[in-house]
Ligand binder design. Structure first.
Ligand SMILES: C[S@@+](CC[C@H](N)C(=O)[O-])C[C@H]1O[C@@H](n2cnc3c(N)ncnc32)[C@H](O)[C@@H]1O
Length: 217
């Protein structure tokens, strides 16, 4: 059965607000996850000259950090928001990144050929997709046989009272916006199940406020 997900629209205004809220938080928000992906690449013997795809890439900040760690890698981002793609492309040019591509497209129907990526990431975006199960099937299709998928997202099973720490971290106003999307946060066990149904083998499952799942074909 396909899980149909209630769309929480990414309007231009929301995209602008998102970019503004994260652009000063590169060190805190993106660098640690980029390092974690880099470590998974080493652990699972992914070549540093392969290609990496970020699904729901937003303004590209995660990919830029990964590119810092692995300068020979080619970075590719897909996002359904025109503004995100324009912003990411502009920033990549400013940073003089040699091998990059940002494409407008849907996670449910990736504008990417089969078996073409050594690493696929999805950071804090899965809960936003219209049809999450379909997006997992799509990531399976475009992943190489020797590649890995690294997913990170908010966990719906994390004890709600612990989110009080979120208020302290990001302030009441931002925390309210954060909580408004809570209906779409998933149980990582469900994501794991959908990955297995799509054909993935699960390599790692870490359950915390933000879960991380690593899978291979
Ligand atoms: C919370 S933001 C995260 C962006 C980026 N991963 C980051 O952490 O900076 C979620 C992103 O998912 C994108 N998005 C939402 N639905 C999508 C879909 N069906 N296909 C592709 N991207 C989508 C939005 O445009 C937005 O950029």
């Amino acid at each position: 059965m396909t899980h149909k997900h209630k769309m929480h629209e990414w309007t231009e205004e929301r995209s602008k607000r998102f970019i503004k809220s994260v652009e000063n938080k590169i060190e805190k928000r993106y660098v640690p996850f980029a390092k974690e992906i880099y470590n998974f690449m080493k652990q699972f013997h992914i070549n540093e000259d392969s290609r990496i795809l970020d699904i729901g890439c937003g303004p590209g900040f995660l990919l830029f950090e990964l590119q810092n760690l692995t300068p020979d890698i080619e970075i590719v981002g897909v996002d359904s928001s025109e503004l995100m793609i324009e912003t990411a492309s502009k920033k990549a040019k400013e940073k003089k990144i040699r091998k990059f591509e940002f494409k407008k497209g849907d996670a449910e129907n990736l504008p990417i050929v089969d078996n073409s990526f050594g690493v696929i990431t999805c950071f804090n975006s899965l809960h936003d997709f219209r049809d999450i199960q379909r997006s997992i099937e799509e990531s399976f299709r475009v992943l190489r046989k020797t590649g890995i998928l690294v997913l990170q997202d908010r966990s719906g099973t994390y004890p709600k009272w612990k989110f009080i720490s979120v208020v302290f971290r990001i302030g009441l106003r931002n925390a309210w916006r954060y909580f408004k999307t809570r209906h779409s946060w998933l149980d990582p066990k469900v994501v794991e199940k959908w990955m297995i149904e799509a054909g993935f083998q699960i390599l790692i499952l870490k359950k915390k406020e933000h879960y991380i799942i690593v899978g291979k074909k």
